[in-house]
Design a protein around this ligand. Sequence first.
Ligand code: BG6
Length: 509
Amino acid sequence: MTAVTENPLAEGLERLPVRPTALVIFGATGDLAHRKLLPALYNLAHEGALPERFELVAVSRSHHADEEFQAIARESVQRFSRTKPDPAVLDGLLAEMRYIPGLFDDDSVYGDLGRALDELDDKAGYPLSRVFYLATAPQFFPIIIGELGKAGLNATAEGGASRVVIEKPFGYDLASARGLNAEVLEVFDESQVFRIDHYLGKETVQNLMAFRFANALFEPVWNRNYVDHVQITAAEDIGIEGRAGYYEGAGALRDLVQNHMLQLLALLTMEPPTAFEANRLRDEKLKVLEAIVPPDLASVPTMAMRAQYGPGGQGGVRVRGYREEDGVAPDSRTETYAALRLRISNWRWAGVPFYLRTGKRLARKITEIAVTLKPVPHLAFSQEGSLGVQPNQLVLTLQPNEGVSLRLGAKIPGTRMSIRPVNMEFLYNTAFLSQSPEAYERLIVDAMRGDATLFTRNDEIEALWGIIDPILTAWKQDTTTPIPQYPAGSQGPPEASSLLEPGHVWRRL
Ligand code: BG6
């Protein structure tokens, strides 16, 4: 038996201390801060996961006094925290927080911010690490980065650190992502930059790596010899939730495929990294992403399709179609559904189709990866007894009902040899009793610790955009082909089946 050996490459990071930190949230009155960041900070405080000295500074365009913003933050936590807030912990988190109002392109805001941060250092008696979290609309990212540089806030004081966390969307297409990378890297070193994809902070997404690399069972079949095809689904039941301003310019491909879904694909198909460490993991993801050959414009219609939800019913309620939503153009061509067929040109995966689909207002919310193996080469049973034989299928459900299920063929009890499929199930919430933290909790701690393993590197983000750029271009150029409509609450457009190879069907949602 081989002993489990220590991996010095992987040691250290998880044990990195969370140094005393000042976290500066730009866009602190926005939706993301309200729904995710402030509740995540509360839960970290509640679990004692914040550093022993932690200072929160909020920057936003609206004018509020410190106390007014504290009241807003309190309400966010009360509404969106995954645990019922303990008033003493919440008071402790918010009591000292500062609010700096102002426009993001106003130099004086950064003067005020610099002074506030210096005061916090003086109070501590040593330099705090500074983490600047950009939770604003994307058009402000380059402005804020430039201003931080001008004010010298990108510099790392001895014993401290200066880091920037950048939300999605990082760029709008390949060219703009490259441009943004260049602007960011002019001010910050790559080691200071943390590009967020909140899917990477999800427990079940990390479990994908545990599953692949902590079990010997799967590696031998994890290749073109055994895998027939893979389906990755990110279906949502919600609509655009009042975000027409953003969504009209984005669409499903930019909103979910370019980032979350391609990240899932990369983690599923990359070669085993030598260590669970930022650059080793990202090197492997980059390699596999670069092996996905982007389509030429003419072949886009054969490998990608888009659709929009029309009116329909969801949970017994009539809902409007996308083109009737407030803020959406009645002739909008923005897709609320996208499906792709991708291929990975390397030894491991050549010839295996990878199907991806995502959509708003589908029958239910489910994010899953289904790996279907090839059929057995020969059936030794009678024809009648074999009727129920189906290929093995491994389904990793990322949300909700997180777990893993493996379809096997089993004998039906009785005097005859008849086979039918059965499922072997692992369910997260029965195997582990503790509640999983929210993705943002993990990612905020990692950024404070300086561990970029679960963040996207500059070359990786460009590889991700490179895959979908031709599809975006082809869809933009096509201004006449009608966009298929699917009823809200349905399985999605039947036209999506045209991407599948013979014998394949989309899994039922
Ligand atoms: C966000 C998208 O990145 O992910 C949203 O902008 C989408 O449109 C959301 O609803 C889905 O995230 P989750 O964690 O609910 O699967």
